[in-house]
Write a protein that binds this ligand. Structure first.
Ligand code: C2E
Ligand code: MG
Ligand code: MG
Ligand code: MG
Length: 288
């Protein structure tokens, strides 16, 4: 993945700010074509319940296999797609793709919610919200939303009303990247969310930093006091996993458990996991 990304040519452009902006908005403008050409695809990453040692849900992450640039990760086109207005079409495409994959999982006996990332900007968009809700209801799909605050929400009151409507049709909401960037205590105060995801910024160095464990522990306690489940993202070591378990964190997600993987590989992961659980043999990563 990293190699494909380095080969993508974006790193050099990043050095020149003007060109970098141009480059990204041009990429975003190319999205509708890329969607029709089948260049976008979704990878899945499990969120695993620490206590139960089972998959609680999964997160869908978008990727772009560009014909000349190679693999492009969402960090290189999502914020431009938010600014350029392509994000709505991209998110509806992702929602439909994920629902189709989920229907295959359900037929294979795996019934858990799959979360898609929803840009804050879309929450103020009544047309998007109505469209997404209609698709979810018509398909009777177990879809959750991870609310990512990459752009300022222009009308927070309308966004909040939309989130209440979304929650009311049974879509679980997770606050993503909590503690980083714009996502803040103001969110906790208002959003009807059932899950809080601690940003990987506080998790990847959990066992080598002095402050991160304090921040993570108090965030877990705060979320629990508000009756929310807590997910730690960016769990890369068994030492971090063990500490999160002691701190009472509910769910973990990260390279230690599984990298984001394509649908077929994800299905294989689930089958192997079910097999290991049935024979009471745990994956080494769960040994703590
Ligand atoms: P996110 O939702 O916070 O997703 C977590 C990111 O951390 C993903 O990067 C994932 O691949 C990465 N990650 C997972 N486990 C680990 C780990 O153990 N260590 C480290 N260092 N990283 C880990 P990715 O896939 O590049 O996505 C970046 C961001 O792009 C996402 O952050 C999300 O905000 C956004 N994004 C992804 N897909 C979509 C989408 O369909 N729509 C929207 N609006 N945004 C998306
Ligand atoms: Mg997310
Ligand atoms: Mg996140
Ligand atoms: Mg993140």
């Amino acid at each position: 993945l990293d190699q494909a990304r380095r080969g993508g040519g974006l790193v050099v452009h990043d050095l020149i700010e003007g060109e970098f902006d141009f480059d990204r908005s041009a990429l975003a403008r190319d999205l509708p074509r890329a969607l029709r050409a089948g260049e976008l695809f979704v990878q899945y990453q499990p969120k695993v319940h620490i206590r139960q040692q089972e998959v609680a849900s999964a997160e869908a992450l978008i990727r772009w296999q560009h014909p000349t640039r190679g693999l492009i990760l969402p960090g290189d086109f999502i914020s431009s797609a938010e600014k350029g207005g392509e994000i709505g079409e991209l998110t509806i495409w992702t929602l439909k793709r994920v629902i189709a994959d989920q229907q295959k999982l359900v037929r294979a006996g795996y019934d858990f919610p799959i979360f898609i990332n929803i840009s804050g900007v879309l929450l103020a968009d009544a047309e998007f919200v109505a469209h997404a809700c209609r698709i979810i209801r018509e398909c009777d799909a177990r879809i959750g939303f991870e609310i990512t605050e990459t752009a300022v929400i222009r009308d927070p009151e309308i966004a909040l009303r939309h989130l209440q409507e979304i929650a009311a049709i049974g879509v679980p909401l997770a606050i993503d990247d909590y503690g980083a960037g714009l996502s803040s205590l103001a969110y906790l105060k208002q959003l009807p969310a059932s899950e809080l995801k601690i940003d990987k910024l506080f998790v990847t160095q959990l066992t080598s930093s002095n402050r991160d464990p304090l921040i993570v522990r108090s965030t877990i306690d705060l979320a629990h006091a508000m009756e929310m489940q807590v997910t730690a993202e960016g769990v890369e070591t068994s030492a971090a996993l063990a500490l999160l378990g002691v701190m009472g964190c509910d769910l973990v997600q990260g390279y230690l458990i599984s990298r984001p993987i394509g649908f077929d590989a994800f299905m294989t992961y689930l089958d192997e996991d079910a097999h290991l659980a049935a024979t009471a043999v745990r994956r080494p990563s769960f040994a703590g």
